[in-house]
Design a protein around this ligand. Structure first.
Ligand code: C2E
Ligand code: CA
Ligand code: CA
Ligand code: CA
Length: 276
């Protein structure tokens, strides 16, 4: 029995090894993925709890590889960031989100903002502004319909970050601070940055209906944001109770499985058709 156990163990570990490649192998697969266009964007709506209208949508990258199947961004974004491959990947995301948004607008759907996630490396690329301007011009997209999400940890170098953010605002795009409350925010920076949206991290939303401290934190973030002329988006809204509470404390937009999972473009269009 012992011998069988051991060979079983070896069998499983070998097959696991085949399925989950090491970083070097994953990196070369990632390089190929860029060339062979294995990425797609999923879209998750953000809902205005007052009108139930679509407030915006977040674009979330997906990687589908023939052998590995669907690989979540949590698995490959860190490696892409480390290897620098995030730069071409991020440019693709930028292009595709703008192209798709313009296509929906041209089809006659009421325009809404699409937000994309920027990585640390992308945010500090010296030609970020130029690249964005090129994409916006290419698709003739009104820049107010594009939002860039950054995180607090990306803005640690507050002076540089502030300069970049002001340059981005000059193009007319919107800025969101993602995962708010989990990083090293200085309220002083928050005041200086030209931020349109604070996205309240899902960890606060998750326990809100059972944890009074989380409820207080969320209410306080919303009041702070409103006092600083920013709007708030709650992430990870999964239940009716959470949605109702967030509505009652004037959260401006709600995003999460309670309303809709991230959907491929084709399915998102069906969602738009049903909800407009
Ligand atoms: P994020 O920006 O915080 O995105 C929100 C994540 O929460 C998404 O995971 C989304 O699918 C998930 N989510 C949405 N609603 C709910 C909910 O009700 N409950 C729970 N538990 N989760 C929910 P996803 O798509 O796996 O993305 C993970 C992270 O990968 C993102 O976190 C973001 O940091 C990064 N990412 C995704 N797309 C891109 C991209 O195009 N570029 C870059 N640089 N990063 C990306
Ligand atoms: Ca995000
Ligand atoms: Ca987030
Ligand atoms: Ca996150």
């Amino acid at each position: 029995a012992k011998r069988i156990g051991k060979s079983n163990y070896q069998f499983y570990s070998e097959s696991m090894h085949n399925k989950i490649p090491g970083n070097i192998e994953l990196e070369s697969l990632l390089r190929k993925a860029i060339k062979q266009n294995e990425f797609s964007l999923y879209y998750q709506p953000q809902i205005d709890p007052v009108t139930n209208d679509i407030y915006g949508a977040e674009a979330l990258i997906r990687w589908e590889n023939k052998e590995l199947g669907l690989i979540s961004p949590g698995e490959f974004i860190p490696l892409a960031e480390e290897s620098g491959l995030i730069v071409p990947i991020g440019e693709w995301v930028m292009d595709e989100a703008c192209r798709q948004n313009k296509e929906w607008q041209d089809k006659g759907y009421k325009p809404f903002r699409i937000s994309i996630n920027l990585s640390l490396r992308q945010f500090y690329q010296s030609d970020l502004v130029k690249k964005l301007e090129q994409v916006i011009t290419k698709y003739q997209l009104d820049p107010q319909y594009l939002e860039l999400e950054i995180t607090e940890s990306m803005a640690m170098d507050a002076n540089t970050a502030s300069t970049i953010l002001h340059d981005l605002k000059k193009i007319g795009v919107h800025i969101a601070m993602d995962d708010f409350g989990t990083g090293y925010s200085s309220l002083n920076n928050l005041k200086k940055f030209p931020i349109d949206h604070l996205k309240i991290d899902q960890s606060f939303i998750r326990d809100m209906t059972t944890d009074a401290d989380d409820r207080d934190i969320v209410s306080t973030i919303i009041m702070l944001a409103h006092n600083l002329n920013m709007k708030t988006i709650a992430e990870g809204v999964e239940t009716k109770e959470q949605a109702e509470f967030l509505h009652s404390i004037k959260c401006d937009a709600l995003q999460g499985y309670y309303y809709c999972r991230p959907l491929p473009a084709k399915d998102f269009l069906d969602y738009l058709t049903e909800h407009s």
